[in-house]
Design a protein around this ligand. Structure first.
Ligand code: F6R
Length: 596
């Protein structure tokens, strides 16, 4: 996610802004910039690290400024796409976090009215839209502009010849820092801790006006509201993690938002047929590594069930050894980083074989995006923990949306099916939230696992790859040996390894696999292996057969990977925490694997 800072006071604003932006670096970014108000607005920005932008920063002397670190979502990482952005006359400038969904439509109209754009971003339309509505009262202009906008945002705005800063938010964090004779606004308290620990949290649709002397918060109808300041006693490290002990836990808890953002920024393209304009390919092949490979395996079930397209999945490191089928499948390459060497090599090979290619990635402008015909961006925001969590769940969302698009394109889904599918997808943030709310129950279940040397993870059908992922998550952060198995495979070998010291985790949603899963659970318990079963709320039978149960909200069978994934992520996290492991940086692992 991008970082935002605004300052108004007696200090040299660039010094405060640079310091604050450096505190926000941990969030990940690809470019940075500042704007300082005076008799004109001076803007300086660049691609790359803050130090790159800082090395050429002129001596701007004003005491009112805004700054930004950008994590590209709309338009590649580049100097023109970096924030801040100014209007045509250079009288206002702003920085923005979030996504403006209807920016293309607004931009078209603004261009007709004579506005000139310098970037590919959605953000730039905001400053021009505010300019269009600005007849002297900037707060009113901001309100009018936002009434035309669909999306999410935290915006900080300044104007020339003024020590006033305006800020507002919708579904993006924004916090005001209160100083003496100076005030601050930021996306994250981390940016403020060197200056103040007295903060005001801004709520959705409120507008904040700050100058060095005072801060006024207006409710959506324009009435000033009283808000009591909160005192922050977090250390900088705690603040970066938003009060969570590890980035991994923070990222697990960010999943409802990550899902919502991924849906929001892709649903329109899916429903209008802008994604994959041709869907008449004979089959689909999905290629990926590690956790992304597990998402691919889930994708196979969804694509075959929903879109009725034969789908195969291959590890990216193995793809090159195939001779290439005679037919030309659509090749979908999944990589959260977009930099995994094996996946890049597979993308090149797929094109060499003459296949249409589509990448699913979380990083705008990553190498993979330049190697394929089309890109689907997940909107998980930067993931700092090495173990993939929110990027995995948004890869699943991407695959479900692609299945929806292909199913629609090939007429394998009726209007009613599409409507029902869509509404289940929109319900997922709530489903995931409810699993997160039950995290104490999951933490308690770790008693069964924490001392084990080996653990089996069993599932059937669409939850078989979810259990592969559960096993991978556990082994990478807790160093416990874990194996995922299709439950039906148990008796073909692994049963020999089960004993009272080898627990089993079993996915048992009440669906067409339920009876068979229950038999597997009984089979395992008969070998003295204690079973931790994950089932749907209200399932009393599970308690009769398993040693321990974790219950998650009931969803239609096709959507059960979502709540079960979140329960498994929490389980791995709490086991690793109890073992005192280095959760965010497991030994021997890197966030992006750029060697083959
Ligand atoms: C595990 C994990 C890895 C990655 C794999 C592929 O938590 O993160 O298994 O999934 O290295 O990485 P990407 O998706 O960046 O291609």
């Amino acid at each position: 996610m991008c970082g935002i800072i605004g300052y108004t006071g007696p200090r040299v604003a660039t010094e405060v802004i640079l310091d604050a932006l450096k505190k926000l670096e941990y969030r990940g970014y690809d470019s940075a910039g500042v704007a300082i108000s005076g008799s004109s607005i001076q803007i300086h920005k660049d691609k790359g690290e803050i130090s790159v932008m800082e090395s050429t920063l002129p001596h701007f002397l004003g005491g009112v400024g805004i700054g930004h670190t950008r994590w590209a979502t709309c338009g590649k990482p580049s100097k023109p796409n970096a924030h801040p952005f100014a209007d045509c006359t250079g009288s206002i400038a702003l920085v923005h976090n979030g996504i403006i969904e209807n920016y293309a439509e607004i931009k078209r109209k603004l261009i007709e009215d004579g506005h000139i754009f310098t970037s590919e971003t959605d953000t730039e339309v905001l400053v021009h839209l505010i300019e269009k509505h600005n007849h002297g009262d900037l707060r009113q202009a901001l309100v009018a502009a936002l009434s035309e906008v669909r999306g999410t945002y935290a915006i900080v705005l300044l104007q020339k010849d003024s020590d006033r800063i305006l800020a507002t938010r919708k579904e993006n964090p924004l916090v005001v820092g209160l100083g003496v004779g100076e005030n601050f606004v930021a996306s994250d308290v981390t940016a403020l801790l060197n200056y103040t620990n007295k903060v005001l949290y801004v709520m959705d649709d409120e507008i904040v006006e700050l100058d060095p002397r005072k801060v006024t918060i207006y409710d959506p109808s324009g009435i000033p509201v009283e808000r009591k300041p909160s005192l922050i006693n977090w250390s900088a490290d705690e603040a970066q993690k938003g009060g969570f002990e590890h980035f991994m836990l923070k990222e697990i808890f960010e999943q409802p938002e990550a899902i919502r953002n991924t849906l929001r920024s892709n649903l329109e393209a899916v429903e209008s047929g802008n994604l994959l304009s041709k869907t008449d390919f004979p089959s689909i092949k999905i290629v990926a590594c590690g956790t992304s490979y597990h998402a691919a395996l889930v994708g196979k079930y969804v694509l075959e069930k929903v879109a009725k397209v034969p789908t195969t999945v291959e590890l990216a490191s193995e793809y090159r050894y195939g001779s290439g089928a005679k037919e030309h499948p659509l090749v979908v390459l999944i990589s959260q980083s977009g930099e995994t060497a094996d996946t890049l090599a597979a993308a090149r090979e797929a094109r060499r074989r003459g296949c249409q290619t589509l990448a699913i990635t979380n990083v705008v402008g990553s190498t993979l995006t330049r190697e394929v015909d089309e890109v689907f961006y997940t909107r998980a925001g930067p993931e700092i923990g090495v173990a993939a969590t929110k990027t995995f769940i948004t890869q699943l969302i991407a695959l479900y949306l692609i299945a929806m698009r292909v199913g629609d394109g090939r007429r394998s889904l009726s209007r009613d099916d599409l409507r029902a599918f869509r509404s289940e997808l929109l319900r997922l943030p709530q489903v995931v939230r409810s699993v997160l709310d039950s995290s104490p129950q999951v933490e308690e279940a770790t008693d069964m696992l924490v001392e084990a040397r080996d653990i089996f993870f069993l599932g059937r059908n669409i939850n078989f790859p979810i259990m592969l992922e559960g096993a991978l998550k556990l082994k990478e952060i807790s160093y416990i040996h874990a194996e995922g198995y299709a439950a039906g495979e148990l008796k073909h070998g692994p049963l020999a390894l089960l004993d009272s010291k080898t627990p089993t985790v079993a996915a048992c949603p009440r669906d067409h696999t339920y009876d068979k899963m229950l038999s597997n659970v009984a089979e395992v318990q008969a070998r003295d292996s204690p079973v931790l079963a994950i089932g749907f709320q209200g399932d009393r039978d599970l308690e009769q057969v398993a040693s321990k149960v974790i219950l998650v909200p009931e969803v239609p069978p096709l959507f059960s990977p979502f709540p079960i994934t979140v329960a498994l992520q929490l389980l791995s996290y709490y086991v690793a925490k109890r073992k005192g492991c280095s959760i965010d940086k497991p030994k021997n692992l890197a966030k992006s694997v750029t060697v083959e």
